[in-house]
Design a binder for this molecule. Structure first.
Ligand SMILES: *[C@@H]1O[C@H](CO)[C@@H](O)[C@H](O)[C@H]1NC(C)=O
Ligand SMILES: *[C@@H]1O[C@H](CO)[C@@H](O)[C@H](O)[C@H]1NC(C)=O
Ligand SMILES: *[C@@H]1O[C@H](CO)[C@@H](O)[C@H](O)[C@H]1NC(C)=O
Ligand SMILES: *[C@@H]1O[C@H](CO)[C@@H](O)[C@H](O)[C@H]1NC(C)=O
Ligand SMILES: *[C@@H]1O[C@H](CO)[C@@H](O)[C@H](O)[C@H]1NC(C)=O
Ligand SMILES: *[C@@H]1O[C@H](CO)[C@@H](O)[C@H](O)[C@H]1NC(C)=O
Ligand SMILES: *[C@@H]1O[C@H](CO)[C@@H](O)[C@H](O)[C@H]1NC(C)=O
Ligand SMILES: *[C@@H]1O[C@H](CO)[C@@H](O)[C@H](O)[C@H]1NC(C)=O
Ligand SMILES: *[C@@H]1O[C@H](CO)[C@@H](O)[C@H](O)[C@H]1NC(C)=O
Ligand SMILES: [Cu+2]
Length: 546
C-alpha cells in the first residue's frame, strides 16, 4: 500500500545533514552551507547574523593521522567531512544551534534559547497507553512525511572523481533520512580503480561508536518530537537484559508481532508491516557501482531468536561485567581491542573484555533479531533500533558517571578513520566531534528515568553520608510522628472500643524498630540503582558510580 506523501508544514526549524538549503548549485559551487535568513529589507543574512544568532565560518577539519587500516586519500566523500561538499558552515552563538542557527542547543528552549529543559527517557513499558500510541504514531508519520529540511545525495562520489558527475539529491521521508544516515556512515568505499573497499565504518568498530549514536538519537528524538503534541516527548528505551525472547516489544501493541515462522514478516495488525525498507542491498550497490537512492526495497523483516547462537538476549551479568572495564578504549582502537569499554559494549568482545568473533551485548541484540536489524547498513530501518540504542546509550551514561573520564580518554590520533577525537562525525551538520558527546546526558538536556537520582551536582553538594543522614533522620522523624499519632488515636478511640486494644498495641511497636534497608528498598529506591536486577537488588550499587 502506498500512502499519500505530503510535505510537512513545519517551517523555520532546520538542521541536519545535507540540508536542502545547502544543496543548490550556488551553495555547492562556493562550498558554503550558510543559509540566508529573510530580513526586513529582503536581503537576507547568513546564519541569522543580523539577529545575532551566528556567523558563517570556514571549517578547519582536524588532520591528525588516522590508522593505516584506511590506505586511501581523496576517494570517498566522507573523508575530511564535510569538505567535499562545504568548507563554510554556520557557527552559532550562545545556545543557538542548527545548520542555520534557527534552533536551540539540546537541552534549551525558548525564543532566545535561554531556558533549560530536561527530557526523561523512560522504559517503554512504563509509558501510558496514550504516550505509547503517540510514540508509534510519530514513527509512522515520520515514515510517511517527506522531509522538507533534508535530502540525501544519490550520486556515487566515484563518478565525480572519474567523470565529473555533479552530486544529485533525492527527496525522502524524515524516517528514511535517518535510516539513510546510518547506511551512509557505514557503507563501503567504491574505489576509482573499480574495486570496493569494505574495512571502513565512520560510526562503528571504534571509539566514536557511543558518541556518534548519542548524537544520532538526539537528532532522531527531535525529529520525532515534531510529530507529537507534547513538549516533554522523549524516546523510550528497551531494557533487554535477561530476556529469552522478544515477546515484550515484538507485539502488535508495541513494535509489531512476528508470527513464529521463517517468513520474517510482521503481523498485518501493525502499521510497521506496511513499511518499506531502504538502503539494505549493499552487495547490489557495490556490484552496480552505485549508492542507495532511498527507493523502497521490501518489507521489514524479523525472526527474533531463530539464530541458534543468539536465541536469547544479553544477561544482567553481561551488563554488570562491561561496566567493570575502566578504560574507554584500548589499542588498536578497533574491533580487536581487548579490555576496551566501547568495544565490549558494542559487542566485539565478550563482556569481560576479550575480543571475540562471537557477538555480545549491543551486537548480539542486533543478531538476535535475524532480519533488517541484523546488518549495520539496514538496521535503522527497524524502529527497534531506537529503543535498543537508547538502552545502550544509558549503559554508556552509567559508565561515564562511574569513571568520570576526561577527554584524554579518547584517542586523538591513529584511531581508524573518522574515530579520532577531533574528527567531525559523518554526516552531521552542524559539525560535532566525538569529544562533544563524551559528556553526561544532563549536558544535552535528557536523562534516563532509572538514573535520575544520580544528579551529579546535587549529589556532590550533599555528599553521600549527608544523604544517608537525611534519609535515616527523615525516617526517624516519620517513625516518631507515627508513634505519636497512633498513641493519640488509641487514647481517643480505644477507651470506648476495648476490643481493639491488643491489636493497636502491636501496631505501636512497629515504628520503633523499622528496618532502614527494608524500608528503603521497598520505597521505590530500586528504580534509582542503575542496571541492577529488580528481582535481586544490590542496594546502593549506585554509590560506586559516584
Ligand atoms: C574545500 O577546500 C578544499 C581545500 O582545503 C578543496 O579541496 C575543496 O574542493 C573545497 N570544497 C568545496 C566544496 O569547495
Ligand atoms: C530575546 O532577545 C532579544 C534581543 O536580545 C530581546 O529583545 C527579547 O526580549 C528576548 N526575548 C525573550 C523572551 O527573552
Ligand atoms: C559518469 O559515470 C557514471 C557511471 O559509469 C555514469 O552513470 C554517468 O552517466 C557518467 N556521467 C557523465 C557525465 O559522463
Ligand atoms: C524534491 O521536492 C521538491 C519540493 O517539492 C522539488 O522541488 C524537487 O524537484 C524534488 N527533487 C527531486 C529530486 O525530486
Ligand atoms: C508464516 O506466517 C504468515 C502469517 O501468519 C503466513 O502468511 C505464512 O504462510 C507463514 N509461513 C510459513 C512458512 O509458515
Ligand atoms: C491479516 O492476515 C490474516 C491471515 O494471516 C488475514 O486473514 C487477514 O485478512 C489479514 N488482514 C488484513 C487487513 O490484511
Ligand atoms: C586480545 O586478547 C586475545 C586473547 O588473550 C589475544 O589473542 C589477542 O592478541 C589480544 N588482542 C590484542 C589486540 O591485543
Ligand atoms: C537468520 O538466521 C538464519 C539461520 O541461522 C541465517 O542463515 C540467516 O543468515 C539469518 N539472517 C539474518 C538477516 O540475520
Ligand atoms: C585529563 O587527564 C590527564 C591525565 O589524567 C591530565 O594530564 C589532563 O590535564 C586532564 N585534562 C583535563 C582537561 O582535565
Ligand atoms: Cu549503528
Amino acid at each position: 500500500m502506498f500512502r499519500v506523501l505530503f510535505f510537512s508544514l513545519f517551517l523555520g526549524t532546520c538542521y541536519g545533514q545535507f540540508p536542502r538549503a545547502c544543496t543548490d548549485d550556488l551553495s555547492l559551487s562556493t562550498g558554503r552551507c550558510c543559509p540566508l535568513w529573510p530580513t526586513a529589507d529582503g536581503t537576507g543574512s547568513s546564519c541569522g547574523e543580523a539577529l545575532g544568532r551566528g556567523t558563517c565560518r570556514q571549517i578547519q577539519p582536524d588532520d591528525s593521522p588516522h590508522s593505516p587500516s584506511y590506505p586511501y586519500v581523496g576517494v570517498d566523500d566522507r573523508e575530511r567531512w564535510p569538505t567535499v561538499y562545504w568548507n563554510w558552515t554556520c557557527e552559532c552563538r550562545d545556545n543557538f544551534y542548527g545548520f542555520d542557527c534557527s534552533e536551540c542547543k539540546y537541552g534549551y528552549v525558548g525564543p532566545n534559547c535561554t531556558e533549560r529543559k530536561v527530557l526523561i527517557r523512560r522504559n517503554i513499558f512504563d509509558l501510558s497507553w496514550w504516550e505509547r500510541r503517540q510514540f508509534l504514531r510519530a514513527l509512522d508519520e515520520s515514515k510517511t512525511t517527506v522531509s522538507e529540511r533534508w535530502v540525501i545525495p544519490v550520486t556515487p562520489y566515484v563518478d565525480f572523481l572519474t567523470n565529473g558527475t555533479k552530486p544529485a539529491f533525492a527527496n525522502v521521508t524524515t524516517y528514511n533520512v535517518l535510516a539513510w544516515m546510518h547506511y551512509y556512515v557505514s557503507r563501503n568505499v567504491l574505489l576509482p580503480d573499480g574495486g570496493v573497499f569494505e574495512s571502513v565504518d565512520f560510526a562503528h568498530e571504534g571509539p566514536v561508536f557511543l558518541p556518534w549514536h548519542r548524537l544520532f538519537l538526539l537528532l532522531w528524538e527531535r525529529e520525532l518530537a515534531r510529530f507529537v503534541d507534547d513538549e516533554n516527548f522523549a524516546i523510550p528505551y528497551w531494557d533487554w537484559r535477561g530476556l529469552d525472547g522478544c515477546d515484550d516489544v515484538c507485539t502488535d501493541d508495541f513494535l509489531g508481532a512476528t508470527p513464529q515462522n521463517i517468513s520474517g514478516l510482521l503481523s498485518n495488525e501493525t502499521v510497521f508491516s506496511d513499511w518499506q525498507v531502504i538502503c539494505t542491498r549493499d552487495d547490489e550497490y557495490d556490484a552496480l557501482r552505485t549508492v542507495c537512492d532511498g527507493s523502497p526495497e521490501g518489507p521489514l523483516l524479523r525472526n527474533p531468536g531463530t539464530v541458534p547462537d543468539y536465541s536469547s538476549l544479553p544477561t544482567w551479568q553481561d551488563v554488570r561485567d562491561v561496566l567493570e572495564l575502566d578504560q574507554y578504549e584500548t589499542p588498536p582502537y578497533d574491533r580487536s581491542a581487548n579490555f576496551s569499554f566501547v568495544n565490549t559494549l558494542e559487542g566485539f568482545a565478550s563482556p569481560d573484555g576479550i575480543a571475540s568473533v562471537r557477538s555480545y551485548l549491543h551486537n548480539a541484540v542486533h543478531r538476535f533479531m535475524n532480519g533488517t536489524l541484523s546488518s549495520v547498513g539496514s538496521s535503522a530501518n527497524d524502529p527497534i533500533f531506537i529503543i535498543h540504542h537508547a538502552y545502550v546509550d544509558s549503559i554508556y551514561e552509567v559508565w561515564l558517571r562511574k569513571f568520570r573520564p576526561n577527554v584524554s580518554a579518547l584517542i586523538a590520533e591513529n584511531a581508524p578513520i573518522g574515530h579520532n577525537r577531533g574528527s567531525y562525525m559523518v554526516p552531521f551538520i552542524p559539525l560535532h566531534t566525538p569529544e562533544d558527546f563524551f559528556t553526561l546526558t544532563t549536558d544535552f538536556g535528557y536523562e534516563y528515568d532509572y538514573l535520575i537520582v544520580i544528579d551529579v551536582a546535587w549529589w556532590e553538594d550533599l555528599g553521600f553520608l549527608k544523604f544517608y543522614g537525611m534519609l535515616v533522620g527523615g525516617m526517624m522523624i516519620a517513625g516518631m510522628l507515627l508513634v505519636v499519632t497512633v498513641a493519640t488515636t488509641r487514647r481517643f478511640c480505644c477507651q470506648a472500643r476495648q476490643i481493639y486494644r491488643p491489636k493497636i498495641r502491636r501496631i505501636v511497636r512497629v515504628p520503633v524498630g523499622p528496618d532502614p534497608a527494608e524500608t528503603e528498598s521497598s520505597g521505590g529506591e530500586t528504580e534509582t540503582t542503575p542496571l541492577i536486577n529488580k528481582q535481586e537488588p544490590q542496594p546502593r550499587y549506585a554509590v560506586v558510580y559516584l
